[in-house]
Design a protein around this ligand. Structure first.
Ligand SMILES: *[C@@H]1O[C@H](CO)[C@@H](O)[C@H](O)[C@H]1NC(C)=O
Length: 471
């Protein structure tokens, strides 16, 4: 029992921390956005106007300083997001290890929420510091409701609810954080003629651009949050992952959250964390074993009745090559001889490779070698590429040899393969050596002469004897 009260006290303590954390994050910067609208009256012309998205983390406080409107922005184009941004916690609250995760403790059960304001207040969405060219990107546009006929979405709209709820101004905001740290798509509802929308659905990802090695599992992050006070929140959801590559699209996986069933899957080894999906809105896609053909754009779509939000993430499979040198080991060379050496790079993706050669002589310095030709590439059954380089190596200025290295520069990393080269040292003889060589040559010459003379004379002897016998 004492244990329980200690935990309770600890939790109470963290409530204070939590409240402090909430109020400190209320200085959430405004995000500059483009308001993009199609005008039916003007024959579908699209306009782009500067606008501002103010995020109030506390509905009651109107921080005048932070809500100042720059002169180049029409006050009509300023949006104030309020509403369910601050967790209304009845029980003790504990803060999670990550700043945007809160635990609401009710009884002994701990429920985890993703604080929606925390994602919209992410530092990567802050206005740029003076002089920096990079900016977070934000686009707001009117949102149109759709009735989907997809078989995993249609059941969501079967049980009707008051369409009055839909009769309001709906917007969608798409935000991309600095350095692609974060992407958010928010669907907002503003009671007609107010500029104070509430976020109803927010879909976000922290892996906007992912690189993965071949054959490894990969996680494409996607999380969503639904305003619990919205009548749409209890009506179920559906999650759909689609794949797109050079104009072609296909379904990866569709999950019907209403019946808790995978409605369709067209990619082996693709799965979701179903528990996390229902408890925390974790709709991340897990690909169990990456293949080269998995490179492309993945779109995470979260459907609620009559509306959906989506974010796109890029996956690139990057596998550096393995190198081999032929022939291996290299044969001994004599100066002036041209050696043909081949280096093969295999099993790499994407097709972006620079092959070159280096030579390190006795002086220990590396220098690049020219006169190599690179062959065309071949694609293997698993989608990886092979490519090789052929070097015609003139051994005349390489001294007694050294180390020959094949260098492959690839987005997945630089790879090297080396082999040693020996040149038999005729080219670097001293005078004494040459004299000795001449001596040896003379001796050899004498020896050969002597042997051939002995043989030829004995040959005539035999011939003489034969002649004599015939007579
Ligand atoms: C979502 O689920 C995956 C798989 O279980 C996990 O690795 C990831 O950390 C989860 N993301 C969040 C934000 O909890």
């Amino acid at each position: 029992m004492t244990d329980f009260s200690t935990i309770y006290k600890l939790c109470l303590l963290t409530v204070t921390c939590c409240i402090q954390a909430c109020s400190s994050s209320s200085r959430c910067p405004a995000v500059e956005c483009w308001l993009v609208q199609d005008h039916v009256s003007r024959r579908g012309a699209t306009t782009q106007e500067k606008s501002l998205l103010h995020i109030r983390t506390d509905a009651n406080s109107r921080d005048a300083a932070s809500e100042q409107i720059p002169s180049d922005i029409n006050p009509d184009r300023v949006f104030f997001i309020t509403g369910e941004l601050r967790m209304r916690l009845t029980g003790p609250c504990c803060r999670g290890s990550s700043p945007d995760i809160y635990y609401a403790v009710s009884g002994s059960k701990c429920t985890r929420w993703q604080h929606p304001a925390a994602t919209l207040c992410h530092q990567s969405l802050s206005p740029p510091t003076r002089g920096s060219l990079q900016k977070a990107q934000c686009e707001i546009s009117p949102f149109l409701h759709q009735l989907s006929t997809l078989k995993w979405v249609a059941p969501l709209t079967v049980t009707g609810f008051s369409p009055v709820y839909l009769q309001a101004d709906w917007f969608s905001a798409a935000l991309l954080g600095l350095n692609k740290q974060l992407v958010i798509s928010s669907i907002m509802r503003a009671p007609t003629a107010t500029k104070e929308p509430n976020v109803i659905l927010s879909v976000s990802s922290k892996t906007v651009s992912v690189q993965a090695r071949l054959g490894k599992p990969v996680l494409l992050d996607c999380g969503f949050w639904v305003d619990p006070s919205s009548p749409l929140s209890g009506s179920g959801f559906a999650v759909e992952w689609r794949y797109q590559f050079s104009g072609k699209g296909r379904l990866v996986l569709a999950y019907d959250g209403k019946t808790d069933r995978v409605a369709d899957t067209q990619e082996e080894g693709a799965t979701l964390d179903f528990e996390g999906l229902h408890q925390k809105g974790n709709a991340s896609l897990i690909l169990q074993e990456t293949k080269v053909r998995h490179s492309g754009t993945y779109i995470c779509i979260v459907h609620l009745p009559y509306l959906q939000g989506q974010v796109a993430v890029e996956l690139e499979i990057v596998e550096p090559p393995s190198l081999s040198i032929h022939p291996s080991p290299l044969p001994l060379a004599v100066p002036g001889q041209t050696l043909v050496v081949q280096c093969e790079a295999s099993g790499f993706a994407p097709l972006s490779l620079e092959l070159s050669w280096e030579f390190k002589g006795a002086d220990g310095k590396s220098r690049p070698l020219e006169s190599a030709s690179v062959t065309g590439h071949r694609q293997a059954w698993d989608g990886t590429y092979d490519q090789s380089t052929r070097l015609e190596l003139d051994t005349s200025n390489l001294g007694t040899g050294g180390e020959l290295t094949c260098v492959a520069v690839h987005p997945g990393g630089t790879r090297r393969a080396s082999t040693s080269l020996s040149v038999i040292g005729f080219g670097s003889l001293s005078i004494e050596d040459s004299m000795a060589m001449v001596g040896v040559a003379l001796v050899l010459y004498g020896l050969i002469k002597f042997v051939s003379w002995t043989f030829s004379s004995s040959g005539t002897d035999v011939a003489d004897k034969v002649e004599k016998k015939e007579k």
